[in-house]
Design a protein around this ligand. Sequence first.
Ligand code: ASP
Length: 473
Amino acid sequence: MKKRRLALHWQIIIGLLLGALVGGLVNRFWTPDTWSSLGVGDAKAFLAGKASEANSGAGVGAIAVRFLSGATQFAGDLFIRGLRFIAVPIVLFSLIVGVASLGDPRKLGRIGGKTLMWFIITTMLAAGIGLAFSNTVQPGGESFVSAAKREELAATQQALAAQRIAAGTQVKAETSVWQEVVNVVPANPFAALAGAQMLQVVFLSVVVGVGLTLLPRSKSEPVVKVCDGLQDAFIMLVRLLMATAPYAVFALIAKTVAGLGLDVLAALAVYCVVTIAALATALFGLYPAFIWLRTPPGNRVGFARFFRALAPAQLLAFSSSSSAATLPVTMECCRDRLGVSDQITSFVCPLGATINMGGTALYQSIAATFIAQLYGIPLGLADQVTIIMLATLIAVGSPGVPGGSIVMMVIVLEAIDVPAEGIAVILAVDRLLDMCRTVVNITGDAAVAAVIAGNEGQLLTAEQAAAQAPNTL
Ligand code: ASP
């Protein structure tokens, strides 16, 4: 009899829960006293494998713990490295195939225009949801964070904040709108690929795709076939890699939860709850409503169908905090589970992973208003509009990597005359919120892909999608 295997997303959920449990226990019960009982006086040096007098009494127990901790880190890092390995080639090959298979530049203009329009509209709506939540609840008001607590939080994160502010100020100094646009065009396409400059990689792929559509078929076809084959090869690698996802997710989550500062979390509880509630509103309200309203009446994508199809990608986005690393799985989910055509998946998903980040825009707008509230700086209507516009632009420019958008926060804060040092307060909980906003980011990409496919008659019905093979996720 054939053994039934648990579906991969259930395996990932189990990995995630076990990781949270183990990480939580370590966070709660593993204290400096535990280290001393194992003969370790300087845990940091010990874990890093550096010699230290304080650790001379470390025995087999301590070494075993160090091995386990190193192995956990290794498993998580290796998995993320594997996904990142795939991210650049998959954007390159799938966008080339996506654009070239559209066939003529007019079709590209139409589908590209619609895609960009929905990216911008949904991102602005998400930023608006963020503003609505933070203006209503006022998580940074005196009633939730006392002045003393604010100083204390800022002091603990000062060094890290200084680094981020310096990076952000540099980005800002180098930014004029003209320069930003020029920067999208790589001076050297190979440098763009080698440096994983995703906006430039998108540009490169789109123009190569357009170039191919302008060539006679006899010339372009072999090139497109090679790119298509390579795209499939990388997708096959993702399938293999995903088999290890439950273990990797366990490792990633255990490590993150073990390192979370629970007391900081408690101090910023209201801010975290408001942000998560706003992200949940976008995730379970905005996108499902958008996709329901904009898919054709005969083939509407409902809530359950959408989330069932997307679950593996969402779980991975949550565990990895990176929409670029999740891209290959987002594409698999869109095509093989949701029933979006190859052509639209190859075009919309890589573009979306690079420039469409509704969760990030929402987060930027809450964080900026939260910091303004902490400093008691009132924000007028003009400031609120500025926040929505800038949050949307920042979402376009942020790389889809963990913490990718946090340095950009400086740009919003300075535009509304709020001290950039305020970032120090929110850094401590950024990882947790990053995990949540990344889920929203990739959900937005899939929603737009389904809507465009529906419009173009390139979306399978639920039955057809279920019947199509293979579906290994
Ligand atoms: N981590 C996010 C992503 O990959 C970007 C961000 O920091 O907002 O989508």
